[in-house]
Design a protein around this ligand. Sequence first.
Ligand code: CA
Length: 296
Amino acid sequence: MSQNSAPRYPLVLVPGMLGFIRLVFYPYWYGIVEALRRGDAVVFAVQVSPINSNEVRGEQLLARIDEIVRETGAAKVNLIGHSQGALTARYAAAKRPDLVASVTSVAGPNHGSELADHLHRHYPHDSVRGRLLTGLLRIVSALICWLDTGYRGPKLPVDIHGSHHSLTTEGVALFNQRYPQGLPESWGGHGPEEVSGVRYYSWSGTLQPGKTDRGRNLFDGTSRYCRLFARTFVRERENCDGMVGRYSSHLGTVIGDEYPLDHFDIVNQSLGLLGKGAEPVRLFVEHAARLNAAGL
Ligand code: CA
């Protein structure tokens, strides 16, 4: 990518649930930040609460956007959110469209995650299994905060119930009523290209036997989990990436929704271990050029 195809505004990468910037030396956006920077894009990988509601995470993101526009002198930013990071970005853009040039959802549960629905049904908060899951999430979240060498801000609050409610079909439906910007009008359709001056885009992948379960994914435990999690899906059983359904991911202009990428492959995890025919980093580099061509 040459200099003149770098986006005009900084790219702000927002992680999903249990996300981070860099665990010691290990980055969340594996190989992606470097690839974008090679094309001269200005890139910020940011951190928000690993476990919290879309609204709390969105407010944290807004504070970070404020810092970035002050630091860079840019008028606004392009937000790219993975998984719950997409909902976090949508919240920020709905509240401050003047500070956001675009929102891009990468495997975002824009209509909820059927995996979250399954956990809601089978691991209720007041059950033993629910308490065990809550305890485990607290430990993992504390470890992430402790090991994240890329984050230097204040201690991030944890709200497990708020986080969970922010990801179920029912919880996201309520979120969508308040923040409908970019959503398609019909299930499986595209959303509007632009709302309140903010451009909306999305892409996602699906599990594809013979592709996503082959190649270097044979050595990636997260790929195995995605195949297990996919069994909890009902509505989009044959059409999900293990954590998010193909149509549930739609937002704004749908760039693609059938890439052979599971929910972790799509951000080049783990360690770039991918299935056959997978090129997640290329999707980010192409998108930077797309934003540039749109004047963003
Ligand atoms: Ca993988």
